[in-house]
Design a protein around this ligand. Structure first.
Ligand code: NAI
Length: 340
């Protein structure tokens, strides 16, 4: 199969080539897939895309005209693909559902530990010969309450991790996992989770139903000084509302690996450019905010699994077998169709 691999970074290439074993002709493109670049898929049977590529109706129209029949996501979330239209046009959409929930769960823990023990500030201080402890006071996680929103693959591992640290864990999920309750967590309604948790961690998919799940109203339900972690998708939180809550102290800390407008920022070196996103710039001014640029998935283990599963997905489709990781069109995926 000839595959146009969009948004390719040099560090991904070796994993994809390593897992391919010459089965498919991979055409590596640095460009992000969007309406203006979709034509680059000319001559390919499939496109392979990542989190910030856009497959909306316009892109699907071009892909159909070009005879591209497969969209292979090398990630789990597919909120950036209009799955409903793809299905109508008989394009096959496949993803990598659970490549390493540990990678993202461990990154979530890293954000929490960094925020709580002020490692980001301490590291800078020590390098400058400032060994004072003022302002670095943290708290024991043991005995605190964590709230995990979305207890699927990543949320489940995160909940287990929090539990191992001696935290009380509350979970919320429309499809509770019976293996987690009661040993790891207790399922509660979302309002109760917000009201009781000292730390809230988001691991649900982005859909119309979860967009801006964290807004001024839900922030108001939280304990004063709660810590919010988001390694799910940026648009789960309304960033201006979160900034307001940080200003008043209602939110005591924010650790994010994703940002609603990340598509125009992340995965590139922009250190020589003027930062034009004022909301993002404001976030960076808070001492109690830690931002990483969507690197939760970025471990060798996860990269190997992503590459291997992506190549297997393509081979199964080429062999006429129903790909096990086919993204089915459901009401929920229809909800999450990208608007542009
Ligand atoms: P998953 O599908 O295993 O789990 C998602 C869970 O969220 C499911 O149990 C589902 O029932 C639940 N859910 C759905 N709607 C909900 C709602 N309204 N409230 C609470 N829970 C709800 O997915 P997985 O693999 O755990 O990934 C979760 C999310 O993490 C992905 O959708 C993706 O956005 C994000 N992600 C981020 C990465 C990163 O590098 N930062 C890497 C991989 C995924």
């Amino acid at each position: 199969m000839r595959v146009s691999v969009f948004s390719t970074k040099s560090y991904e290439r070796e994993f994809l080539e390593g897992a391919n074993h010459g089965r498919h002709e991979l055409v590596f493109l640095e460009a992000r897939l969007e309406p203006s670049t979709a034509v680059l898929a000319q001559g390919s049977d499939a496109v392979c895309i990542f989190v910030n590529d856009i497959v909306d109706r316009a892109v699907l129209e071009t892909l159909t005209e070009l005879g591209v029949g497969v969209i292979a996501l090398r990630c789990s979330g597919y909120n950036n693909v209009d799955v409903g239209t793809a299905s109508q046009r008989e394009l096959t959409v496949v993803n990598v559902p659970a490549y390493s929930p540990h990678a993202v769960a461990e990154h979530t823990l890293a954000l929490l530990l960094t925020l709580n023990r002020k490692i980001h500030r301490a590291w800078n201080r020590v390098r400058e010969g400032n060994f004072a402890l003022d302002g670095l006071l943290g708290y024991d996680l043991q005995g605190r309450t964590a709230g995990v929103v979305g207890t699927g693959a990543i949320g489940g591992v995160t909940a287990r991790t929090f539990s191992c640290l001696g935290m009380r864990v509350l979970g919320h999920d429309p499809s509770p996992d019976p293996e987690l309750e009661p040993d790891v967590l207790e399922y509660v309604e979302l309002d109760a989770l917000f009201a009781e948790a000292d730390i809230i961690s988001l691991h649900c998919p982005l859909t119309d139903g979860t967009r801006h799940l964290i807004d001024s109203e839900t922030l108001g339900l939280m304990k004063h000084g709660a810590t919010l972690l988001n390694t799910g998708r940026g648009a789960l939180i309304d960033t201006p509302a979160v900034i307001d809550a940080l200003k008043t102290g209602q939110l005591g800390g924010l650790g994010i690996d994703v940002y609603e407008e990340e598509a125009s920022l992340f995965f590139e070196d922009r250190s020589e450019q003027i930062l034009l996103d004022d909301t993002f710039a404001r976030l960076l001014t808070f001492p109690n905010v830690v931002v990483t640029a969507h690197q939760g998935f970025f471990t060798t283990d996860a990269m190997e699994t992503i590459a291997r599963t992506t190549m297997e997905n393509l081979s199964l489709i080429e062999g006429g077998e129903a790909a096990q990781n086919r993204v089915a069109w459901t009401d929920d995926s229809a909800d999450s169709a990208p608007s542009g």
